[in-house]
Design a protein around this ligand. Structure first.
Ligand code: SF4
Length: 497
């Protein structure tokens, strides 16, 4: 057990303290003690009860890490606090972190801001940016260089003639929260389409009402459109065509530069659905293998075969899809470097236009984490034992993930794909990141808009977020609003609300 003391005056930085501690003690059980209150992360902050911690001899105690005076604005205090905590934890554990004190999900934005603030200034060199990142966040050269490369690419993409007026338009995200089965690591809102079959038509009906009631007030033209989920192609052909027809009816696509459908699971893709997508102007699809190891796919509940991936990819190509993305996940259960090399080799042969490399994130909602105890038995049968939680905290596990990442990068270079977007999640395997690689001109602009928070994104359907971007007299702000999580609530209460 790890006990982390949080002084009362630092309680407002609890999340930052927690995230940095988790980066050092990945997936371990941490108890936070704020003055006399104990916040046990396994029961959530809401359930916290004041109590005296029972600290055993072999427990680790994180205390007295902040020695600086509380001065400066909130951001300065936070940065100083994180640096001091980092130094303390680094000494305590003997570890350094490639990402330094950075725990946020959008680190690229820090670099794009530096570049944009200093544009035209002779000070602005890669060395200057690297030094700033090191001084402020203790970030490694490796990650600083990665951020600089991606930030420059992002700025280049945003200045392309077809994109540069992005502030005058918006993007649309449509959520289809149904899947054929639930992947073990899933932390998205996803409902089993068979169990929820009676809701699918009502869902589409509600989605149409959603568009009808809001799109007129939005006005203007969409720059990018993204249908995600869930797995949109888990709808049957008739329902799928209905979905795309609703979008055609309400969304002005005359300036739309990119229309993505996250086809995701290859077992849900049919020739007919691909033809429907072509007919409705879809320009980019994802066919996600996650792994080319059948044993892993079976273990994580994907319900498709490696052969399905290859077959559906070739089918999509034969029907003229010239922008296909593939997602893979590093750090899947039982997967070692050799398994990942097999996956990368599969990708190499198919030559997608982009591929996205994810590190496995174990979120609380994921079956992998949430049902760990009952599921441990399966892991045991699969030969992994009970040590899964700690696996990626260990230096050996981290080194292996690093190598997987390196090989993914080699493949990207080999396929002439460059990194163009990056985001991080909490509790990622090896405290790493997700990186999108793409051929020039085949990048997903929607992804950039979501991550850079420079333009408004409207969500339709469940599990979507509306992010409205405002800019006034040089000041910028984003207002976010979460949509419905439950299909039943969305369908039943949409009219009333
Ligand atoms: S395909 Fe995606 S949304 Fe569906 S269960 Fe798997 S991870 Fe979740």
């Amino acid at each position: 057990m790890i006990y982390v003391y949080i002084k009362k005056e630092l309680a407002k930085f609890e999340t930052d303290i927690r995230d940095l501690c988790l980066a050092f003690f990945t997936l371990q059980k941490i108890t936070y003690i704020i003055e006399s209150n104990t916040t046990d992360e396994s029961i959530d902050t809401v359930g916290a009860k004041p109590c005296e911690p029972q600290i055993a001899n072999d427990d680790i105690v994180v205390n007295d890490y902040y020695t600086g005076a509380l001065s400066g604005d909130r951001l300065q205090i936070k940065s100083e606090l994180k640096r001091q905590l980092y130094n303390y934890l680094s000494k305590l554990t003997g570890k350094t972190l490639l990402w330094g004190t950075l725990t946020g999900i959008r680190p690229v934005n820090i670099v794009t801001k530096i570049i944009e603030d200093l544009v035209g200034n002779p000070l602005l060199t890669d060395d200057y940016i690297r030094n700033e990142l090191k001084k402020e966040y203790y970030i490694s050269d490796l990650k600083a260089n990665e951020l600089i490369r991606i930030a420059k690419k992002e700025i280049e993409i945003l200045n392309r003639p077809e994109v540069k007026d992005y502030k005058k338009s918006y993007s649309i995200y449509v959520g289809v929260p149904f899947c054929k089965s639930t992947c073990l690591y899933c932390s998205f809102t996803s409902f089993n389409i068979e169990k929820f079959s009676k809701y699918v038509d009502t869902y589409l009906e509600t989605l149409e009402k959603d568009f009808k009631s809001r799109i007129a007030s939005i006005g203007g033209k969409a720059l990018t459109l993204y249908i995600g989920g869930g797995t949109p192609t888990s709808l049957n052909e008739e329902q799928f065509e209905r979905l795309l027809t609703i979008i055609d009816k309400y969304v002005d696509k005359s300036k739309c530069i990119e229309y993505t459908v996250e086809a995701g699971r290859p077992d849900t893709i049919t020739k007919e659905k691909l033809i429907i997508m072509k007919k409705h102007g879809v320009t980019r699809i994802s066919i996600n293998p996650q792994s080319f190891n059948q044993r892993t796919l079976d273990l994580i509940g994907r319900k498709h075969t490696v052969k399905d991936v290859i077959k559906k990819f070739k089918l999509a190509r034969s029907l003229g899809f010239d922008n296909i993305n593939m997602d893979i996940i590093l750090g899947l259960p039982n997967e070692h470097l050799l398994n990942v090399l097999k996956t990368l080799n599969g990708i190499r042969k198919l030559k997608p236009d982009s591929f996205t490399v994810h590190s496995l994130a174990l979120k609380r909602a994921a079956r992998l984490n949430f049902e760990l105890d009952s599921w441990t038995k399966n892991y045991y049968l699969a030969g992994l034992g009970n040590q899964r939680r700690a696996k990626f905290c260990e230096p050996e596990g981290r080194r292996e993930i690093d190598k997987m990442f390196k090989w993914s990068e080699y493949l990207a270079k080999y396929l002439n794909l460059h990194p163009y977007y990056l985001y991080r999640q909490k509790n990622m395997a090896g405290n790493l990141e997700n990186v999108g690689y793409a051929k020039d001109g085949k990048e997903c602009v929607y992804n950039i808009m979501m991550m850079s928070e420079r333009h408004t994104v409207y969500g339709f359907g469940t599990a979507t977020t509306k992010k409205v971007f405002y800019e006034n007299d040089g000041s910028k702000r984003i207002e976010s609003e979460e949509g419905y999580k439950s299909v039943i609530d969305y369908c039943k209460s949409f009219d009333t609300i």
